[in-house]
Design a protein around this ligand. Structure first.
Ligand code: HEC
Length: 211
């Protein structure tokens, strides 16, 4: 026995373990590539080979006239077209700024929220437009945002998107200042809120630069 090679067909342990491994592989392949795909409801395979190709991830073109499965909940209606990616006009940004006055209490005067709402400043205009559209169609549900969007027209949503995309993003925290404090510092170091808090804003900006 000690002279026998382990990897030999005459070794019954070797033959049995190879045989069992091969049997498991074959059963798993049949189950994974043929049986399970054929069990899926709504799939219309033209045969076993079709099911195998589909399970293997090969491109499978649906026969013309095949039933299209539609979701029974609202899905987005936004299609991104190249025109949406072109830069916005100054007029659009200006109109957006006016419209955004009713968003400031939650999203902040410059799109940086101090009220636990998402920061909108510097987000992609396509993203903002899509979210607004989705709130409007119900594809994205939010009890807070839903009542605010029904009266927004197509161009209102584009203008708001243009405005918020134009605003500078929050800077990453480096010196221990909160984002909410940072938001009042313009990139060119002038405070963005000239009104009552001007002095404090200016000194905070100076502090953040010194640190
Ligand atoms: C009463 C507070 C409130 C007001 C006013 C408000 N929002 Fe919102 N907004 C929220 C909250 C909260 C969310 C997060 C909703 C969620 O995920 O459920 C949100 C989400 C959004 C989002 C998606 C952001 C993201 O990153 O996913 C956009 C875009 C948006 N709001 C735009 C606006 C615009 C434009 C206005 C003004 C017309 C506005 N909001 C007014 C509270 C508000």
């Amino acid at each position: 026995m000690s002279g026998d090679r382990i990897a030999s067909l005459r070794n019954p342990w070797f033959t049995a373990s190879v045989g069992i491994t091969a049997a498991i592989a074959i059963v798993a392949a049949i189950a994974g590539f043929a049986w399970l795909p054929l069990q899926q409801q709504g799939e219309r395979f033209r045969g076993v080979w079709d099911a195998i190709c589909s399970a293997a991830g090969l491109v499978w073109t649906a026969p013309s006239g095949a039933q299209i499965v539609r979701a029974d909940y609202p899905t987005t209606r936004v299609e991104v077209v190249p025109e949406m990616l072109q830069g916005a006009s100054a007029e659009s940004i200006g109109r957006g700024a006016t419209l955004a006055l009713r968003c400031t209490m939650c999203h902040g005067a410059r799109g940086l929220s101090q009220a636990d709402s998402p920061n909108l400043a510097g987000q992609s205009p396509v993203t903002i437009y899509k979210q607004l559209n989705d709130f409007k169609t119900g594809a994205r549900t939010s009890a807070v945002m839903a009542p605010l969007v029904p009266d927004l027209s197509e161009s209102d949503m584009r203008d708001l998107a243009a405005y918020y995309a134009y605003l500078p993003k929050a800077k990453p925290a480096r010196d221990g200042l909160e984002d909410s404090q940072r938001s009042i510092c313009a990139p060119n170091s002038r405070p963005l809120r000239p009104a009552s808090g001007a002095t404090t804003s200016a000194s905070r900006c100076a502090m953040s630069r010194a640190g």
